[in-house]
Design a protein around this ligand. Structure first.
Ligand SMILES: [Zn+2]
Length: 335
């Protein structure tokens, strides 16, 4: 019942996508009307921490919402409660607290958890900012200037989500390397290095941003946002010109790097491990990966591997990254 194709989390995402299609949802989605069609909704003042409680055993289900929530948080909460009703495996009475930090913790990266709260947040995010709407906004764009990012965020605000929830939804559709910070929470695109467990303090953010290629600051929906591009300098496009004269295969360059860093005895096995990392990264076909994106993600993954990261010190490793990423892109374009 739960999972037709995989985890409950995927089932929640799919259910949101089905409803977006069926109800032809486009931002701003009138989530209040949608919830009122499915449940008896009541607003109450209460002092405990909960934002809402949904009683699924009643027919129709009843949803109790705390009065006086900020408007955008209320919208997300209503969408979250709608999820509990639409996801058939959610049962009983569920008390929910939906704030920025919990949203961030629960769905900004693919963690191996399957809690119903996370599923409801995923669903809420995908009905308020539908995937088909976001993917159209960024279609074909591999690089944003400050002005084009500001225009994109302006459109994003039509979804009427909080700044952080909207950025988390957007980040799912951006190429690797994008990181956004809104105070102590953040949103990162897939494959971007992980800043730490939220809430983050200022010095953690500062330290993370030291590795950024560029950082822009602007106001979005009344909040200060930092937008960082985390692609390492060595894999930026300008670098390509320096290595064009070199005609070795990626494998030859990699073996040479590994021999210098790990010694001849270990070179082959280390090169194989690095190839494994590349294969693992590029099996994900959901994003339209370009050369810079593939190179940036592979760089990031190798950085996180204590058994391999030494190879990044080799001056020629960036040449390998570019060669390999270019070969993958060329192969894809043929298939
Ligand atoms: Zn909930």
């Amino acid at each position: 019942m739960v999972a037709q194709n995989g985890s409950p989390l995927n089932a929640a995402r799919n259910r949101a996508g089905i409803l977006v299609e069926k109800l032809d949802l486009t931002p701003p989605v009138d989530v209040k009307a949608l919830l009122f069609e499915r449940a008896q909704v009541e607003y109450h003042d209460w002092s405990h921490q909960c934002d809402a409680v949904t009683a699924l055993s009643l027919d129709p289900p009843r949803v109790f919402v705390r009065s006086g929530l900020p408007a955008l948080r209320e919208r997300f909460t209503l969408a979250h409660e709608w999820a509990h009703i639409e996801l058939a495996w959610h049962v009983g009475s569920i008390g929910c607290q939906v704030n920025g930090v919990s949203i961030e913790e629960e769905y900004s990266i693919d963690r191996v958890t399957g809690s119903q709260e996370r599923e409801a947040n995923e669903f809420a995010s995908r009905v308020l900012a539908p995937d088909r709407w976001l993917s159209q906004l960024v279609k074909g764009v591999t690089y944003f200037e400050r002005s084009s990012m500001l225009a994109l965020l302006d459109t994003l605000s039509k979804a009427e989500m909080s700044a952080s929830a909207g950025l988390i939804a957007l980040a799912r559709h951006l190429l690797p390397g994008h990181a956004f910070f809104v105070d102590d929470v953040f949103a990162i695109s897939q494959g971007t290095s992980w800043p730490g467990t939220p809430p983050l303090n200022d010095s953690t953010v500062e330290q993370y941003l030291r590795n950024a290629v560029s950082v822009e600051e602007f106001f979005h929906q009344g909040r200060k946002v930092l937008w960082a591009l985390m692609i390492p300098q060595s894999v930026l496009p300008e670098f390509v010109h320096c290595v064009e004269a070199d005609d070795r295969t990626p494998h030859k360059v990699l073996t040479a790097c590994c021999t210098r860093i790990f010694g001849a005895d270990l070179a082959i096995s280390k090169a194989l491990s690095i190839n494994g990392v590349v294969g693992g990264v590029t099996r994900d076909l959901q994003l339209s990966w370009n050369v810079e994106a593939i190179a940036a993600v592979v760089h990031d993954r190798i950085q996180s591997r204590s058994d391999l990261r030494e190879v990044l010190r080799d001056p020629e490793f960036a040449i390998y990254l570019h060669r390999k990423a270019s070969a993958i892109v060329a192969k894809r374009s043929k298939s």
